[in-house]
Design a protein around this ligand. Structure first.
Ligand code: PLP
Length: 366
């Protein structure tokens, strides 16, 4: 049996006619950037995120970049985040000329450890980017306590966690702004790159709209040095077809996670730890195992897709060498990077596929 890590063809097969019709409508209109489809998607994503405003952008990366630019964060500033995340989180901080300041993760949830944030705050700190990793939100209450105390902005990196909740509150609705990604592998994935910023701050939302269009308002009157961060209408059209299915898909992922959890009970496999006050959308199902690289190889040999998110914590990457962090600086992130692996969790998995995946991992580790 073959079980891919993700099977987007299986998803597409069920919605092909609607997606093609929606894309065709955009092509017929030749309104290819922005326009009514983008506005409709913004309204709907704001609503499901319990936020007043949403600003469609070209990717999750550009959502973070736009936030930092719109908050005037730049050279001389520091932004605190986790080293156990996708590159874009810290990459954007560095791209605006600010300094990424890493603090270690909570080994249970793999999200930023709030207790370590306050000691990292300096005169230069302007913002914190908590990342809601793999579909579960970071522990926002203690994070907001610190940011309120020091007057810092909070950019929630919710690229992997659209509609996830923390104490009943939606991803992106707690901080200054939240960044979503519509990269195809996300729970709500487009047919190419796309992203969105959600916020309750009207002034900031307006600035982000101007910033995504080179900083101009009206055309050729430039207020800021912005960029081309606009969302394509074709992406919005496809996402509007998929949006009504998002909750069902996220629930199927949660059900798959419970299925695996049950299978792995009592074994050496460490299953994802979801806080009782959080609802995860399981963009990834990541286990921690001994002999991880051997397990990954064995699964690949058996036709099972799996991946390592993330093999090298960001502070150990060459491009961040200038920050001066050494091995051992963030022991929990480094340990997790050596043990973690993601199993197939996509909604279309059958019980037979899950049994095969779980059985193959278990028999190898026995
Ligand atoms: C945590 C995190 N932040 C940011 C991004 C960037 O999103 P995009 O790929 O849409 O640019 C991703 C996407 O992979 C992500 O997982």
């Amino acid at each position: 049996m073959e079980v891919p890590l993700l099977d987007l063809k299986a998803q597409y097969a069920k919605i092909k006619d609607e997606v093609l019709a929606a894309v065709s409508e955009v092509l017929e209109s030749q309104r290819c950037i922005g326009g009514p489809k983008v506005a409709e998607l913004e309204e709907k994503i704001a609503a499901i995120s319990d936020c007043r405003f949403a600003v469609g952008v070209s990717s999750g990366t550009d959502a973070i970049l736009n936030c930092l630019m719109s908050l005037d964060i730049g050279p001389g500033d520091e932004v605190i985040t986790t080293p156990f995340t996708f590159f874009a989180t810290a990459g954007c901080i560095a791209r605006v000329g600010a300094r990424p300041v890493f603090v270690d993760i909570d080994p249970e949830t793999l999200n930023i450890n709030p207790e370590l944030i306050e000691p990292a705050v300096t005169e230069k700190t302007k913002a914190i980017i908590p990342v809601h990793l793999f579909g579960q939100m970071a522990d926002m209450d203690p994070i907001m306590e610190v940011t309120d105390k020091y007057g810092l902005a909070v950019i929630e990196d919710a690229a992997q966690s659209i509609t996830a909740t923390y104490k009943g509150r939606k991803a992106g609705s707690i901080g200054t702004a939240g960044c979503l990604s519509f990269f195809p592998s996300k729970n709500l994935g487009g047919i190419g790159d796309g992203g969105m910023i959600v916020t309750n701050d009207e002034t900031l939302a307006e600035r982000m709209r101007i910033m995504r269009d080179h900083g101009q308002q009206p055309r050729y009157y430039y207020h800021y040095i912005g960029g081309n961060f606009r969302l394509d209408a074709i992406q919005a059209a496809a996402l509007l077809i998929k949006l009504p299915l998002l909750d069902k898909w996220s629930q199927a992922r949660r059900d798959n996670a419970s299925y695996y959890n049950e299978k792995f009970k009592g074994s050496v496999i460490q299953t994802p730890s979801i806080r009782p006050d959080c609802v995860s959308i399981f963009n990834q199902y990541c286990i921690r195992v001994p002999k991880r690289d051997e397990v990954v190889k064995h699964l690949h040999d058996k036709g099972i897709g799996c991946a390592i998110y993330y093999p090298i914590p960001l502070h150990m990457n060459e491009c961040f060498g200038y920050l001066g962090y050494k091995q051992g600086a963030f022991p929990e992130s480094e340990k997790a990077a050596g043990e973690i692996m993601a199993l197939p969790i996509y909604p279309e998995l059958t019980d037979q596929m899950k049994d095969y995946v779980a059985g193959t991992v278990l028999s190898f580790l026995d």
